[in-house]
Design a protein around this ligand. Structure first.
Ligand code: KIV
Length: 298
C-alpha cells in the first residue's frame, strides 16, 4: 500500500525545528518558510519540502470542512486534524490554532484547551488571534510551558467585529495600536507573531522593532517569514484568490482532469486492466474449473 511505502522513507533522524531555531533564523536574517497543513499527506509533503513551520490553521474550517468562515471550527476538529498532521511531521515546527471560543471563556478554559492541543495532538505551540488584550493569556500559557504564536492585524475570528475581512493598520491610530499590540504580546512571552493583512511599511517597522520572528501573510516581504494557506497555493479553494497569495500549481485542474479520466476508464471498462488484477494459480484455477464442471454436470 502506498502509505506503507511512504513510511519506509522516514527512517533517518532529523533535527526538529524549535521556537529557538526560528529565532536564530530571524537573528541570522534567514527567511522562515511556513504553510498550513491539515492532514497526514499534506503534512508529509510540506515537511519533506523543508518548510520550517507548519500551522494547523482554523482556516481548515473553510478550505477543508466547507464552513463559511473560521468561527464554527471546534476544539475537537482542531485536535483531530492536528493529530493527523503531527503523525506526518519529522522536522517542521508544529503550531495549532486555538479555535474561536476556545480561549474566550476564561484563562482556565484556555489553558486546558491549549494543553490538549500540545499533550493530546502533539502541537509544539498554539496560535492565538488578538492584540494587547490577549497579553495576559499569552503570559499565563507561557507560564504553563505552552509556547504561543500571536496573530495580529486581520484576524479572521474577528470577522464580525471588523465588519468583514479588511486590511488593518491603515490609519496612524491603527498603526500605533498594532505596534503596541506586537510589543505587549512579545513582552508577555509570545515566541513568534503572525502579521496578517497589514501594509508592508507597517509590517517592516514591527519586524525591525520585534525581538521575536514575524511571520507575514499579506504583510509584504520584510517580515522574518511568510505563511500561506496550502489550498491557496494549489487553487483548491473554489473562490477567487486574494492579492497576497501566489498560485504554485493548479490542483483543481489536475484533480478534475484525472477524475474525469478515471470515470471514463471505468465507464469504458478500461480500468482495471489484467495487470491491475489478481489471479488464481494455474493449479487452483484448473481445480476450480473442474469443480464447476462437476457441479454443472451433477
Ligand atoms: O488559520 C490560518 O490558516 C491562519 C493563517 C492564515 C495565518 O491563521
Amino acid at each position: 500500500m502506498s502509505v506503507t511505502q511512504l513510511r519506509t522513507s522516514t527512517d533517518t533522524p532529523i533535527r526538529r525545528v524549535t521556537s529557538d531555531s526560528l529565532l536564530q533564523k530571524k537573528l541570522a536574517h534567514q527567511p522562515i518558510s511556513a504553510i498550513t497543513a491539515y492532514d497526514y499527506p499534506t503534512a508529509r509533503l510540506t515537511d519533506e519540502a523543508g518548510i520550517d513551520m507548519i500551522l494547523v490553521g482554523d482556516s481548515l474550517g473553510m478550505v477543508v470542512l466547507g464552513y463559511e468562515n473560521t468561527l464554527p471550527v471546534t476544539l475537537d476538529e482542531m485536535l483531530h486534524h492536528t493529530k493527523a498532521v503531527a503523525r506526518g511531521l519529522r522536522r517542521a515546527f508544529l503550531v495549532a490554532d486555538m479555535p474561536y471560543g476556545s480561549d474566550h471563556t476564561g484563562t482556565r478554559d484556555a489553558v486546558r484547551n491549549a494543553l490538549r492541543l500540545v499533550k493530546e495532538a502533539g502541537a509544539q505551540a498554539v496560535k492565538i488571534e488578538g492584540g494587547a488584550e490577549r497579553a495576559k493569556l499569552v503570559r499565563r500559557l507561557t507560564d504553563a510551558e505552552i509556547p504561543v504564536v500571536a496573530h495580529i492585524g486581520l484576524t479572521p475570528q474577528s470577522v464580525h467585529s471588523m465588519g468583514g475581512y479588511r486590511v488593518q493598520g491603515k490609519s496612524l491610530e491603527a498603526i500605533d495600536r498594532l505596534c503596541a499590540d506586537a510589543r505587549a504580546l512579545e513582552e508577555a512571552g509570545a515566541v513568534a507573531i503572525v502579521l496578517e493583512g497589514i501594509p508592508r511599511e507597517l509590517a517592516a517597522v514591527i519586524t525591525t522593532q520585534s525581538g521575536i520572528p514575524t511571520i507575514g501573510i499579506g504583510a509584504g516581504p520584510e517580515c522574518d517569514g511568510q505563511i500561506l494557506v496550502f489550498h491557496d497555493l494549489f487553487n483548491l479553494t473554489f473562490s477567487p484568490s486574494a492579492k497576497f497569495t501566489r498560485q504554485y500549481g493548479d490542483g483543481a485542474a489536475f484533480f478534475s482532469q484525472a477524475l474525469q479520466q478515471y470515470r471514463e476508464d471505468v465507464t469504458a471498462r478500461n480500468f482495471p486492466s489484467d495487470a491491475e488484477s489478481y489471479h488464481l494459480s494455474r493449479e487452483v484455477q484448473a481445480e476450480f474449473e473442474a469443480a464447476r464442471t462437476r457441479t454443472r454436470n451433477a
